[in-house]
Write a protein that binds this ligand. Structure first.
Ligand code: ASP
Length: 471
């Protein structure tokens, strides 16, 4: 039976079998040292000279082994002599005396070194060979911590009475945010699905359905121009609650963040609890930023400075002198500004219930209390100059749904990749996304986006313009 490397230290004197990779091989002539690696860690092995037939065969196999070969090793767990004990290392008090080797698979020399932290390797190579890149301990740790974070959040929210509900990826284009990806329909040529920029509308509809407390670790897709540290697909921790006000959502999220940090990354220190709050106006006046980095010591990698920013203007001017929403068209205005919205007066002065959670100068999340009254949502759309046809096609379902007894509700979404990158001291979110795309939205390992055959296009009723074809 297989023993995991992490469990070897308590098996001194026993003969065990491990399944693993060869991390490093050091041939010292008479002895061969092998560092073995599995998902649980590392152990040093040694092949000792032996005159038995089996021993000679094992030595012969060991001399062929190279880094990254996959093997099954039978060996005896020997205590190390006192002078060789390394207390700071996993399995530093033992050594595995290799008695038998089965080669499960050989490995070509990896095109990138997987033993370093990888920061010295060009990102194109790392992303092209991502499945190898992910072998490096730094990335292994990033994804194990990420999994611990999502598990913690799931358990925590479930205890609070939330349920996780999946919402569709194939949805409808509605003019509610950034540019969306379109998916052509084969069954109805000329029609398109849109991939969701967030589960915003669905989560509100789930409130209409009476679930009251929803969350989802949700994939969001936005077809935005490449902007440094953005990805066309990213993950949100998305949630929505009924019968809440702004304070309720903020308090719940603040508590969750504090308990998450204490449990999963106890080495981190939160600068100030309760999290400081700034209105948008204060943040701009004091820090000239709506996501201020308020860390008192920017050299400390373990300092987490959270703050809330609230009271954003609801609308901002478009290039053509119209109005658009600054954050989210479904937001409610601050209660004391509801009259201005309903009368479409002093549009520039209307403030939204939007709250953003900022962490070390990055927007880690944002949300708002929504307009549960369909008439108020309609006013927002009218202020933005949407005509009846656009309102009907993009928002008719929401307006209708809100008319069937919608509870008051609000929510938030965290940019989970961003939060993970900061918790892991990573400079960009690609380090916490397993199969990340480049800043230009290309996936180098499988090479997407890619061209498709004429037949596939025909089936979808599509033609690619000659001038747009990639030469
Ligand atoms: N759907 C919003 C977003 O993606 C978040 C929210 O308001 O809950 O930014």
């Amino acid at each position: 039976m297989r023993t995991y490397i992490k469990d070897l230290e308590v098996k001194k004197g026993e003969v065990v079998t491990i399944n693993c990779w060869i991390d490093v091989r050091r041939d010292q002539g008479k002895l061969i040292f092998l560092d073995f690696r599995d998902m649980t860690g590392y152990v040093q092995g040694v092949v000792l000279p032996s005159k038995t037939e089996e021993g000679i065969a094992t030595m012969a196999t060991a001399s062929k082994l190279r880094s990254e070969w996959v093997v099954e090793i039978t060996g005896k767990v020997n205590p190390r002599p006192d002078k060789n004990i390394q207390t700071d290392k996993q399995n530093g008090s033992i050594e595995l005396e290799v008695l038998g080797i089965v080669v499960i698979n050989e490995a070509a020399t990896p095109p990138i070194d997987v033993h370093t932290d990888g920061r010295e390797i060009g990102e194109e190579s790392r992303l092209t060979y991502r499945y190898l890149d992910l072998r490096r301990p730094r990335l292994q740790k990033n994804f194990r911590v990420r999994s611990a974070v999502t598990m913690f959040v799931r358990n925590w929210l479930t205890k609070e009475g939330f349920i996780e509900i999946e919402t569709p990826l194939l949805t409808k284009f509605t003019h509610d945010g950034a540019r969306g990806f379109l998916v052509p329909s084969r069954l109805e040529n000329g029609k398109f699905y849109a991939l969701p920029q967030s589960p915003q509308q669905y989560k509100q509809l789930l409130m209409v359905s009476g679930f009251e407390k929803y969350f989802q670790i949700a994939r969001c897709l936005r077809d935005e121009d490449s902007r440094g540290d953005r990805q066309p697909e990213f993950t949100q921790l998305d949630m929505e609650m009924s019968f809440v006000n702004r304070e309720d959502v903020m308090a719940l999220n603040e508590k969750l963040l504090i308990e998450l940090v204490k449990t999963i990354t106890p080495e981190k220190k939160i600068q100030e609890i309760p999290f400081p709050r700034f209105t948008y106006k204060e943040a701009m006046e004091k820090y000239n930023s709506d996501k201020p980095d308020i860390r008192t010591d920017k050299t400390d990698p373990n300092l987490l400075a959270f703050c809330w920013v609230t009271d954003f203007p609801f609308f901002e001017k478009t290039d053509t002198d119209g109005w658009t929403f600054s954050h989210n068209p479904f937001s409610a205005p601050k209660p004391e500004h509801m009259n201005m919205l309903m009368n479409k007066e002093n549009v520039a002065d209307i403030l939204t219930t939007q709250y953003d959670i900022v962490l070390n100068g990055f927007e880690a999340g944002g949300g708002s209390i929504r307009n549960h009254n369909p008439a108020a949502l309609r006013k927002v759309l009218e202020i933005m100059g949407y005509d009846e046809a656009k309102i009907h096609s993009g928002f008719g379902h929401m307006l209708e749904a809100l008319g069937y007894g919608a509870p008051s509700h609000g929510g938030i979404a965290w940019g989970l990749d961003r939060v993970m990158a900061i918790l892991q001291n990573e400079p960009n979110i690609r380090e916490v996304i397993a199969f990340a795309k480049t800043g230009e939205g290309r996936e180098l390992m499988m090479e997407s986006p890619s061209e498709v055959s004429k037949g596939q296009l025909e089936e979808l009723g599509l033609m690619v313009k000659e001038s747009k074809k990639i030469k």
